[in-house]
Ligand binder design. Sequence first.
Ligand code: ADP
Length: 822
Amino acid sequence: MRRILGSLERSLALLNAIADGISARDKQGQLFFVNEALARMSGYPSAEAMLAVTPSELADRFALFDEQDTPVSLSAMPGHMALRGKVEPERIVRTHDRITGEDRWSAIKAQPVYGESGEVEFAVTITRDITAQKKQQILQEFLIAAGKALASSLDYKTTLANVAKLVTPKLADWCAIDLLDEQGGINRVAVAHVDPAKVAWAYELHQRYPPKTDSNTGVGKILRTGQTEYYPTITDEMLIAAAGSDNDLLAIAREIGFRASAAVPLTARGHTFGVITLVTTIDSGRYLSQEDVALAEELGRMAALAVDNAKLYEQTEAQRERFEVTLRSIGDAVIAADAQGVIELMTPVAEQLTGWKQTEAIGNPVSAVFKIVDESISVKSEPPTGVASPEPANLAIPNHTLLIKQRGQAIPIEHNASPIKDRHGNLTGEVLVFRDISERRRAERERLQLTRLLEAERRRLRNILENVPGMVWEGDLISENQALTYVNNYAEKLLGYSAADWMTIPGLGRQIIYPDDLATFIQQLRDTVERGQTAMTLRLQARAKDGRLVPIETYLTVTQDAAANPTVAYGLIMDITQRLDAENALRQYAHDLKRSNEELEQFAYVASHDLQEPLRMVTSYLQLLEQRYDSLFDKDAHEFINFAVDGATRMKALINDLLAYSRVKTDKRNFVSFTANEALTLALANLRTKIEDSQAQIISESLPTLMGNKNQFVQLFQNLISNAIKFRGESAPHIHISANRSGDDWVFAVQDNGIGIESQYLDRIFLMFQRLHPVGTYQGSGIGLTICKKVVEHHRGRIWAESKPGEGSTFYFTVPADANPH
Ligand code: ADP
């Protein structure tokens, strides 16, 4: 027995020395043996203590789960299975200790022990604690999942949301992530809860009780210190202390049922910018172990790095975006190339100017896309501008670069290139900026053209001004204390004073104008302005430099100064000595002519009048001679007397005509308004016998109303119609009288079908005593048309004749239609 006992003891010692847990349960499932290792594993001080616990107590304390987290019932455990004779391969089970909150992983295997009867007598279970390996495995899986979550998005908020989701089932019941924003505020960017319904509630809590950056605990403190905060157990006292006097907050905190919490920093590049808070609740009964906190810290480091990267990326992206937007929005064309000169970027303006699309240009060398030539070379064949007419240097267009587009078209551009260097000064690329300057060039050309035009115009005007035969001036000619502002060189010829004199001596004009004329000048200037006129002409006398008094005429334009006083602006002064001489001569001539005409008329009247009496005497004595001495005279004597009588008769007619001519007075006081038809009717009445005898046919159209000496028009018609009858041809005379409007005149026409006039005589017939036929062929004195001419000219008209010998003549005369007396 001793031996047996001794060997049993040894066996027991052996079993207790084994690191694996060993237990044995009887047919009823009741444990009757546990070794020390299993007792320690299960949280009991000794095997004895563990065996003292009832099965139901054990079942209450430990919850069992398989690898898929599915609860496992006690009857499904290997020991109980073995009692039923079922032997399974090793089973992995998680045992959750409801008292300590700890989880333990075990690999469990059971073996039935058969009695002599062949029935299962009891079962032996071997439990190997694999918590350490399992936790390591979970940790690895977690970190792999975390890595995946962190790499899942470039958007750090999405990343953090993924982290929060990862934490909640694996590490804690709650997870909240807070970040410092740019304004120094704390933002809750992600919240996860095992129960998704509570997420919104967590946000609200954050809103109502926003963490403060200066707080002594929690998020605010961690952001400042970068140190983890870990509360393995949260007691009600702690909640009361944290809530302070805020009963609401305390109520909420109690409602949440805090059990443990840890908050780890998000730190990257030495800067803590966020906090991950993990909370476990009484509901789940879960604790946070040191390892959990270490894991959370590791997760925090990874997440911080990921967020930092994402932020950096976001910043560079934003920077790049800003840069591109800037490039695209500036009006200049931009091409960016790498260090090898290969195009990396092209703005739309650059596309437009080069004709290349960015898509086809990228990868090409800059020189293939940005082809330029020097404009001065391309236009070498043309003469440089300014050779023909020299221009001021600043007007010359500087040489520019021409960009040759993809299709060969050339456009003038302005460009510059800058190298891009990195921080170390290494060349990393090149930026080309260029712009189309066609518009500017066109404007420059236009300006140049305009300037040339203006210059030519200026030269022309100066030429004209300098060659005007008169003194052209600008300024105030009669100013007392100012010199003129411009005077052409003719000035010196005019009065001896040079242009320079005029432009430097103040009040020169006033000094040399003859004093009486100066007063007139000023008066007329005033009158001109008062009449609202701006120009006037004035004759006056001026004292030349050599003392001569020179008659001048000045034309001038008047302007008004700011105070509405008339000022002389510019004008032209001419020496009118010669003109005055010519005018005087002309006046004298007109005067002489008038007097001689008057004398002639007087003479004609006196002559014709005084000649009539002796002529009548001659005629009557000749008749007396013929009556008394008829028998004494031979045939020759009779013939001689007849000649003498004939001559006297003709002389009488001549004298009458001469008298008629001298009576055509140029006196306008007899001007009346009458219709030409009235004058014609009277003329035809006077010619009645002649018309009847010759059976002349006279047609007249409606004639206009005239203003003039009516009797003279009667005579005019009478003379023309009587000529038309007198110089008739074989057939009876046809005479047509008409009047047509031509411009400001009425043109009268008296047309006949008579013998006509040879063209060389058409002018002569209007002269006094000019006749085309020998005496006796046609009666007449040759004064009729002379009288017609005098009448027409007296009424400011003209008279002329057109004719075809043998066919007829037309006599035309004009009368001004305005009907105003001259
Ligand atoms: P007169 O009729 O007294 O000779 P006029 O001065 O009237 O003098 O005419 C001058 C000349 O003009 C006439 O002699 C005649 O030769 C010519 N003449 C004038 N009217 C006509 C006419 N209607 N037809 C042809 N010849 C004309």
